[in-house]
Design a protein around this ligand. Structure first.
Ligand SMILES: C[S@@+](CC[C@H](N)C(=O)[O-])C[C@H]1O[C@@H](n2cnc3c(N)ncnc32)[C@H](O)[C@@H]1O
Length: 353
């Protein structure tokens, strides 16, 4: 850019301040991602500690621990009291899983894993090609699972299902439930624990996610209630089902229209499909603020390239707002798509019939 206009500090300084604030927030975010990987987040949540004590708890180097603590003191996340440090409450709850439905620790796992993949994303953007799920670090599926787990563990059964007309009754009376794109299985596990009379099948195209799912189901003692099978949902769905979950999968997939059509064909009369997609506006220009920023960044780093690699259009994280999703559902043979009134800042729940 060339300009003959003199630079105006009154214009530049507020903008520099905004960039500085965002850089500071990014820096604190990366420190939280590193803290999760090193076990420092949980170790500090166990109680106040000197750097030496904390390093001992996490089993890492004391000098690195001190620098991490100082950075998070600067960010306002950690307090220093004499020689001891502690999370500034309630960050200890939010950054670990102790905050239940409000837990945010998984976001830091995912941001860290995606940052580690930056070179691949740069190359993909230059060439316009995709990145297969299998080319991402293994902590990406684990991070995704941890992000959505608070919904499944704390809201799905008690708050979300009662908002989905007729689904609770179906689950209570032994419905055949399937999930396409089940990932680590956390949604089906939560349902199986509460509705053990229903039968559950989790499908996913990505074998490592299914391994996580089987491990999680065993840990939750519901292995005998859920079958996990490797399957690409863009092909036919086996069996007949009363309730099908499509949670956070359509925008990532190679062909959302084909998945919806296959699910529709495998639905029993009166069956329902529950669809969870990132909460976005029909007009992309209306997707503003920190949640939308994070959704778009996740999109460029993961959702878009993964869909392209699967032969899809790369809808992106915000690519299926309500109107676009309704068009797809109607084209797939559903007669209605309704958004349920569940509240979540980043996800919306729909019911298709
Ligand atoms: C963002 S993850 C969400 C996983 C899980 N539903 C959750 O909420 O934690 C999307 C999942 O959909 C799976 N997936 C994408 N395309 C698929 C397809 N065509 N058939 C089956 N699974 C698919 C991916 O492998 C991945 O596990």
């Amino acid at each position: 850019m060339t300009t003959t206009e003199p630079l105006d500090p009154e214009v530049l300084l507020p903008a520099a301040g905004k960039l500085g604030e965002d850089l500071g927030a990014y820096s604190a975010t990366i420190m939280c991602a590193i803290g999760n990987r090193l076990g420092l987040t949980d170790a500090l949540a166990a109680g106040p500690a000197t750097p030496a004590e904390l390093a001992g708890r996490a089993g890492i180097d004391e000098r690195y621990t001190l620098e991490w603590l100082r950075c998070l003191v600067a960010a306002g996340y950690v307090d220093r009291d004499g020689t001891a440090y502690r999370w500034h409450p309630p960050y200890d709850l939010l950054l670990t899983d102790a905050a239940g439905p409000f837990a945010m620790g998984g976001l830091y796992d995912l941001v860290g894993a995606l940052a580690a993949n930056i070179n691949e994303v740069v190359e993909a953007a230059r060439g316009g090609h995709g990145i297969a799920q299998s080319d991402y670090p293994p902590d990406v599926p684990a991070g995704i699972a941890r992000i959505n787990a608070p919904i499944y563990d704390h809201a799905l059964v008690d708050e979300w299902m009662p908002q989905a007309d007729g689904v609770v009754e179906a689950l209570q009376s032994g419905a055949a439930v399937a999930e396409v794109g089940c990932g680590a299985g956390r949604a089906l596990i939560a349902l199986a624990r509460s509705y053990p009379d229903a039968t559950y099948t989790g499908y996913d195209v990505f074998a490592p996610a299914l391994e996580l799912a089987r491990t999680n189901a065993a840990a939750a003692r519901v292995s005998e209630l859920i079958t996990f099978e490797q399957l690409d949902g863009t092909g036919a769905l086996p069996g007949r089902h009363d309730v099908v979950l499509l949670f956070d999968v359509l925008h990532d997939s190679g062909d959302a229209a084909a998945i919806l059509a296959n699910v529709r064909s495998a639905l029993n009369d009166g069956g329902r499909v529950l669809i969870m997609e990132p909460r976005s506006q029909d007009d992309p220009a209306a997707n503003l603020g920190p949640v939308a920023t994070t959704l778009y960044a996740t999109s460029l780093a993961y959702c878009l390239p993964v869909s392209l690699a699967a032969g899809g259009p790369g809808l992106g994280t915000c690519g299926l707002p309500e109107a676009a999703l309704r068009d797809l559902c109607l084209a797939a043979g559903f007669t209605t798509l309704d958004q349920t009134p569940v509240f979540h800042p980043a996800q919306a729940l729909y019911i298709a019939r």
